[in-house]
Design a protein around this ligand. Structure first.
Ligand code: AMP
Length: 213
């Protein structure tokens, strides 16, 4: 099963992606994480991308596609795409490479997103936390590896405004493109409830697919 998960910044998309990855044994491919990983290497490409993402702008599709091709060369099924595609061109690229079964779209109001975004914390091991919804056991430190948590440079209100505008304008054509595969998820609920909605959908989708085959 290949799935895409959409959701604006602050929608809980990353958290749901982690839960889906574990429960359904999918490989979580986050283009944002791939970019941040390149940035942490302090490579020439990483430095260029750091400037772009700090402004909330999109990294050129050729760079993203190159990173993805590298990942997909080892496994073309059981992927969960997060942050990709962001443009119609990227969606078409993905369709050439593999078959997308389902597209989840987590929806949250703008007001709630603003409230949530400034409270997100990350660890370099990949774990993420939230001051209200997903607190670490020890404030400021990762539950998994114990390292000090940090906030993302692009998690501030000004950048969020720009990112939401970009997100909305990019999602519009993708909504049409994935009309037949896209399912809305109410992202304003508790993490567990959002996940149970997704779990219901995905487990029944698998059953249905097995019956048809
Ligand atoms: P994310 O972690 O998905 O919010 O991504 C963080 C930033 O990385 C975005 O604001 C973009 O600047 C960049 N980015 C991530 N995925 C893509 C993509 N598919 N195409 C272009 N830029 C991307």
């Amino acid at each position: 099963m290949n799935i895409i998960i959409f959701g604006p910044p602050g929608s809980g998309k990353g958290t749901q992606a982690e839960l889906i990855e574990k429960e359904f044994n999918l490989r979580h491919i986050s283009t944002g994480d791939l970019i941040r990983n390149e940035i942490s290497k302090e490579s020439k490409l990483g430095k260029e991308m750091k400037e772009i993402i700090a402004k909330g702008e999109l990294v050129p599709s050729e760079i993203i596609s190159r990173m993805l091709v590298e990942k997909l060369s080892t496994e073309k099924t059981n992927n969960l795409f997060d942050g990709f595609p962001r443009t119609l061109m990227q969606a078409k690229f993905l369709d050439v490479v593999l078959n997308i079964d389902l597209v989840l779209n987590i929806e949250v109001s703008k007001e709630l997103l603003e409230e949530r975004i400034t409270k997100r914390w990350y660890c370099s091991c990949g774990a993420s936390y939230h001051e209200i919804y997903k607190k670490p056991k020890k404030k400021g430190y990762c539950d998994i590896c114990g390292k000090k948590l940090f906030q993302r440079e692009d998690d501030n209100i000004e950048t969020l405004k720009n990112r939401l505008e970009i997100y909305e304008s990019q999602l519009k054509p993708l909504r049409d493109y994935y009309k037949m595969k896209m399912i809305k998820i109410n992202g304003e609920q508790e993490i567990e409830k959002v996940f149970s909605d997704i779990k219901f959908l995905l487990s029944n989708f698998e059953k249905l697919k097995n019956q048809l085959n």
